[in-house]
Design a protein around this ligand. Structure first.
Ligand SMILES: [Zn+2]
Length: 272
């Protein structure tokens, strides 16, 4: 499915995906081909994507870029590499990371800086944008201002920042850095394209800052634990989202603690 000139999405109907949007896999068809993320690794998904490659006339690809280690982004990597001969790239800070019982990213090249990949007529700049995960990459098509944002910016809602591998301060810094770039459209790893990137980025930054102020104010009023903060911050939370919400609060509190605004003792927070 062509989403923009020379840019395709390879959609697979995965049914319900955690109640949200299934992972997007994108293909940039310059004089050479690059694929951004690889979706799930089940045979049903892979056979659909192999057929889509065939329909696009793509038998070879130069690069497969994995934005980060989460299963829905990297599980199809081996199969798409076999199908295209592409080299798989990921950021070195994602090396060895995996979630659940999944295997790590099978990268051929671990990047440490921000290289530009040459597709001939188009150039892809890999941008290290940590926050959702330590070595998260966004990909900018330099000639067009198209940003593949991975999970850093989603088509709908806000991304999960887990306290262990996520980092709220880095996430906000990455959003602020994205604001400084010349971006015309964002193609996220989940959900629809974002046609007004600046407005979206500003909204996301504002949302995180407002949440942080809310948490700080609640702690100041004597709401001292994550469990007590949960119903105050998320009054109408669906049960299946409780763990995620706990993680978000944990990430906000970790940032505030690092900045010396709160202190933690035995799982209780207070203003410093
Ligand atoms: Zn993710």
């Amino acid at each position: 499915m062509e989403v923009l000139p020379d840019v395709y999405s390879l959609p697979v109907d995965t049914g319900a995906f955690m109640g949200t949007y299934p992972p997007n896999v994108y293909l940039v068809k310059g004089e050479r081909v690059a694929i951004v993320d690889t979706g799930y690794g089940d045979e049903a998904a892979l056979s659909v994507r192999r057929q889509q490659l065939a329909d696009l006339g793509v038998t070879r690809a130069a690069f497969i870029i994995i934005t980060h280690h989460h299963t829905d982004h990297r599980a199809g990597a081996e199969a798409l590499r076999s199908a295209t001969g592409a080299q798989v790239l990921a950021h070195v800070l994602e090396k060895g990371l995996s979630r659940d019982d999944s295997t790590p990213i099978p990268a051929d090249t671990w990047i440490e800086d921000e290289p530009v990949l040459d597709l001939g007529n188009l150039h892809l700049k890999l941008l290290h944008m940590p926050g959702h995960s330590p070595g998260h990459l966004c990909v900018l098509v330099q000639e067009r201002g198209i940003l593949f944002s991975g999970d850093q910016v989603l088509g709908v809602g806000t991304t999960a920042i887990e306290p262990v591998r996520g980092n709220m301060a880095q996430h906000i810094a990455s959003l602020e850095r994205l604001l400084t770039l010349d971006i015309s459209i964002v193609l996220p790893a989940h959900g629809p394209p974002i046609h007004q990137p600046r407005r979206k980025l500003q909204e996301l930054i504002e949302h995180r800052r407002a949440r942080e102020q809310q948490v700080l104010a609640l702690v100041g009023r004597g709401v001292t634990t994550v469990e007590d903060l949960l119903p105050e911050v998320y009054p109408e939370l669906e049960p299946r989202l409780v763990d995620m919400a706990r993680g978000q609060l944990g990430s906000h509190l970790a940032k505030l603690e690092q900045e010396g605004k709160v202190v933690a003792r035995d799982g209780r927070y207070s203003l410093s």
